[in-house]
Design a protein around this ligand. Structure first.
Ligand SMILES: [Zn+2]
Length: 152
């Protein structure tokens, strides 16, 4: 399952990436037919808070009801019957949707704060934008939200 999400649901998009889904933003400079074409070509489900867009028929689009992003995440998980698979978590960059790979900590010594380098063992690098992640950066926040999701 892949998604195309509008900017009004930016935090939702980051969360979908975090739980391992290929999620791109809708390019607001494009026309609706162009956006639809992209969603069909790449088989992406459009998630939007734009009512007009959500009423266009003939393609896969879902109008996100909630304005609160934790609720939005819950809503999408329920709607598409998404199973949270922990092994898929943190496989994508939340900033750019690139895929992450584990990286030898010795290669990034000068790229992360020294206390982080000294105290963490596992580091990941985005193949697309080179952003570096480590256990305890967005991963802890993720754990918090995931526990909120599990408490339904
Ligand atoms: Zn990235």
């Amino acid at each position: 399952m892949k998604f195309l999400v509008d900017r009004m649901c930016g935090r939702l998009a980051r969360w979908l990436r975090l739980i391992g889904f290929d999620t791109e933003y809708i390019d607001e400079s494009k026309t609706v037919p162009e956006i639809v074409y992209k969603s069909l070509r790449e088989q992406r489900i459009i998630l939007t808070r734009n009512r007009k867009m959500s009423l266009t028929k003939g393609y896969s689009v879902y109008f996100v009801q909630s304005e609160n992003f934790v609720e939005q995440v819950k809503e999408v998980i329920k709607k598409f019957d998404i199973k949270l698979e922990k092994e898929r978590f943190f496989s994508r960059c939340i900033e750019c949707n690139g895929t992450l790979e584990e990286i030898d900590k010795n290669l990034i010594r000068d790229k992360v704060p020294s206390f982080v380098w000294q105290t963490k063992e596992k580091f990941y690098k985005c193949k697309k934008c080179n952003k570096i992640y480590w256990q305890g950066s967005h991963l802890e926040l993720a754990g918090e939200i995931l526990s909120q999701l599990e408490e339904k």
